[in-house]
Design a protein around this ligand. Structure first.
Ligand code: C2E
Ligand code: CA
Ligand code: CA
Length: 760
């Protein structure tokens, strides 16, 4: 039912959720990226510092080599023996090179003489082939540096000689040069040091030294030392250039800057380590964020859906009647407008039907509002059941419904649908254990025949409904032009009547009633008169029904009662008969108002007689009878007017103990010589008498009628033959003449008098 709004709910939800999810995803990825980036950064800094550690350890190792070598190169004997023209090779081997191997692990040594030539070559395994040109070239820069430093360390004496004074061991060491070279592809550490005397020497000229280069393989012992010193694990010598994460590489270079392999080690990666440690937490956090996002998403979706749902409900409530669930008046109007537009477009006929439940007020009054509600709901359901699929049913107000029926190409179809409606409603409605029989009146207008404007069609359907009701309910009318005219003139009449009441254009005429003797006036009937400003006289038969329909009857009726009672006070001993409409009894305080009028006019209740017609019994309304009973108990007389004009009149006599029975005019006028009519009249008189009622015959127009009624002991007589209804002053005079002690009175003595009055 609220489908369209569900989509709008989804749209609202998406408008909130999508940006939120995007922001969350971006933030989560951002945080992850930042963590990885900083981990990488810290890994890199760690590797750099490990690099420095290795470089330091390597340098320390090299320095140590120099220290070890110093024992044999700063030695007077070695200096002299080596720098002889033809040095003793075996002495050099044994005391320097082999000694260096045995004591300090230098596996190879080579001596470069002052002329920068290879003078002695030693290898632990007695091969001398290791020293080739390539290696010589590699070592040359270091040897050259040592030679240069050595030469520079001579100081010139004032006498122009050169003195060589090795002072501190540091200074001596600084002359040495260390490095890494490859021997048959194997990196070797080397230390190159000048062979120098222990004591000061003086020379005429500066001269280069012999340089001892001692080598030790990096692999093995030395590498282990470096590893330990740098406190790093997993040192490997490699030539492979391919690197990978978690493996640090320290490039080894010869003095000539040639690439001679590298030390690889397992780097410690604090960033990666940290990442690995916090990864589970990050994953958990991500999971939780995802969970929160999902929950929030679901929640938001549900909330917006609920919001949209309640909004849709509010819209529905605004458009629909809460009790029946049918569209309300506003919604019906909108739907009708749409339907009419469409039907104009399709050139098809559309019927608008107004429906009114008959006597719904009575159901409400007698069974209560909850029963009334149940009836409304039942009727709504039944209407929905029988209306064609394309039709519309709405509840317009209290007991009013409306329908739209499409494609009524001929009235036969519409008649058929309305038949269905009436049949469906005719089935009894169960309220608790009580069976209710409802009926409805319908008025239809058809587009385009009766117009295309929704308001115009509704108005015309309403007029047709009005016509249906006026013609006796439980029926239907299709709009016709003359109905409108009828309604319009009624409308005008009711407006004028309202003004007339205000402007005092109404008056009362009084028609006298004699007793059986026809010689005394015992009562008068007050009859409303309306003379318009322009002098035209409107019959009460015309304006009383209008007053009843418009509700004006309450005010008008009270005015009549008041006026009649005031007048009765002027005519002592005369009973005042006043006509009262059934509608007046529906006023909740009618009885109180009558009592107040009697009191204010100082009139005993016994002097007032109210005339009601049998319509008071219509609608199964007990409240009217209750009011009648109260009035009767207070002493007011109650007459049943126009008896015999309707149906089932006899049964009414049992339902209320009327004081007076007024036989309908038609019985009296039918009488003249008609035996059957006379028989009926007589039996009514007898029946009334048997029930203890006062019998009144009205509409008496001939002397024969009077004689006949006198013969049958009719209690009171009224009619033109006695007198037409007279204005107040005329009646006062009439009463004086008729009831007065002096002169002629009644008809018995002088009929010419009565004839004169009747004509006048
Ligand atoms: P109703 O109550 O039956 O009143 C009698 C009607 O018969 C009166 O018509 C009266 O003028 C007429 N009538 C009296 N004698 C004769 C006769 O010999 N021959 C003929 N042909 N007619 C006679 P009126 O005054 O035009 O009243 C018409 C109806 O209007 C009344 O019928 C009554 O139902 C209603 N009415 C009049 N005044 C009031 C009123 O104040 N309140 C209410 N509720 N209804 C009123
Ligand atoms: Ca009457
Ligand atoms: Ca009457």
């Amino acid at each position: 039912m609220y489908k369209s709004s569900k989509n709008s709910g989804g749209r609202i939800a998406n408008a909130i959720i999508i940006p939120m999810v995007v922001v969350v995803i971006i933030s989560v990825f951002g945080i992850f990226g930042l963590m990885h980036w900083s981990a990488r950064l810290s890994d890199e800094t760690a590797e750099q510092s490990q690099h420095k550690l290795i470089a330091g350890a390597l340098q320390l190792t090299k320095n140590y080599l120099v220290k070890l070598q110093n024992g044999v190169v700063i030695w007077d004997e070695a200096y002299h023996r080596i720098n002889q023209p033809d040095p003793d090779q075996s002495w050099i081997y044994d005391n320097i090179m082999h000694w260096l191997f045995q004591n300090h692990g230098f596996t190879k040594s080579v001596l470069i003489n002052r002329d920068f030539e290879v003078a002695s070559v030693y290898a632990q395994n007695h091969t001398s082939k290791w020293m080739d040109d390539q290696l010589f070239r590699d070592l040359s820069p270091s040897v050259a540096k040592v030679r240069a430093r050595y030469i520079n360390s001579f100081t010139r004496t004032p006498s122009g000689l050169y003195s060589f004074v090795p002072q501190s061991s540091d200074a001596r060491r600084s002359i040495a040069e260390t490095g890494v070279v490859a021997l048959a592809g194997e990196p070797h550490l080397f230390s190159a040091a000048a062979v120098m005397p222990q004591i000061q020497s003086i020379a005429k000229e500066r001269f280069p030294p012999s340089v001892l280069v001692s080598l030790v393989p990096l692999r093995g012992e030395k590498l282990k030392d470096i590893s330990e010193m740098s406190r790093l694990d997993g040192f490997v010598l490699t030539n492979s250039q391919t690197g990978r994460d978690g493996v640090g590489r320290y490039q080894l270079r010869s003095p000539r800057n040639a690439d001679i392999g590298m030390i690889a080690w397992q780097t410690t990666q604090p960033g990666t380590l940290m990442l690995q440690r916090i990864n589970p937490f990050l994953a958990l956090a991500a999971f939780m964020i995802a969970a929160v996002v999902i929950l929030v998403t679901l929640f938001t979706r549900q909330m917006t859906r609920r919001l949209a749902h309640s909004e849709a409900k509010a819209v529905h409530a605004a458009r629909h009647d809460a009790l029946s669930g049918l569209p309300n008046r506003a919604r019906f109007h909108a739907l009708l407008t749409d339907t009419l537009e469409e039907s104009i477009h399709r050139q098809s006929n559309t019927a608008v039907v107004y429906i009114d439940l008959d006597h719904f007020k009575d159901i409400n009054d007698t069974l209560g509002h909850s029963a009334g509600d149940k009836v409304i709901v039942a009727v709504a359901q039944r209407l929905k059941r029988v209306i064609p699929e394309s039709g519309i049913v709405a509840r317009i107000s209290g007991d009013e419904f409306a329908m739209v029926i499409k494609d009524c190409e001929d009235d036969v179809w519409l008649e058929y649908v309305l038949d269905q409606v009436q049949d469906e409603i005719a089935r009894p409605i169960m309220i608790g254990r009580r069976e209710l029989h409802a009926s409805l009146s319908m008025g239809a207008a058809i587009a385009p025949r009766d117009g295309n404007d929704p308001d115009e069609l509704l108005r015309k359907a309403d007029i047709a409904l009005y016509d249906a009701k006026a013609n006796g309910r439980n029926r239907r009318s299709f709009f016709e032009a003359n109905m409108e005219h009828h309604v319009q003139s009624k409308d005008r009449l009711s407006r004028e009547l309202r003004l007339a009441l205000k402007n005092d254009e109404l008056d009362l005429a009084y028609q006298p009633q004699t007793d059986t003797s026809a010689e005394r006036i015992v009562s008068v009937e007050a009859l409303a008169r309306w003379t318009k400003e322009d002098g035209t006289v409107v019959s009460p038969a015309q304006f009383i029904p209008v007053a009843e329909e418009t509700g004006l009857i309450n005010d008008l009726g009270l005015w009549v009662l008041n006026k009649a009672c005031a007048q009765a006070h002027e005519w002592p001993g005369i009973v005042m008969s006043v006509n009262v409409s059934p509608n007046q009894f529906k006023h909740p305080r009618f009885v109180e108002k009558v009592m107040a009028i009697l009191a204010s006019n100082n009139l005993p209740p016994q002097r007032l007689e109210i005339e009601v017609t049998e319509t008071v019994f219509a609608g199964r309304n007990d409240s009217v009878l209750k009011a009648l009973r109260r009035l009767k108990n207070l002493g007011v007389k109650v007459a049943l007017d126009d008896f015999g004009s309707g149906y089932s009149s006899l049964s009414y006599l049992r339902r209320f103990p009327f004081d007076t029975l007024k036989i309908d005019r038609d019985f009296v006028s039918d009488m003249n010589g008609n035996e059957e009519a006379e028989a009926i009249l007589v039996s009514i008189i007898q029946l009334g008498k048997a029930l203890g009622m006062t019998i009144v015959a009205e509409g008496i127009e001939t002397l024969e009628q009077i004689r006949f009624l006198q013969a049958h002991d009719c209690h009171r007589m009224q009619g033109y033959f006695i007198s037409k209804p007279l204005p107040e002053a005329a009646l006062t005079k009439f009463l004086e003449d008729f009831n007065g002690d002096g002169g002629t009175s009644g008809f018995g003595a002088d009929l010419s008098y009565q004839a004169q009055v009747a004509k006048g």
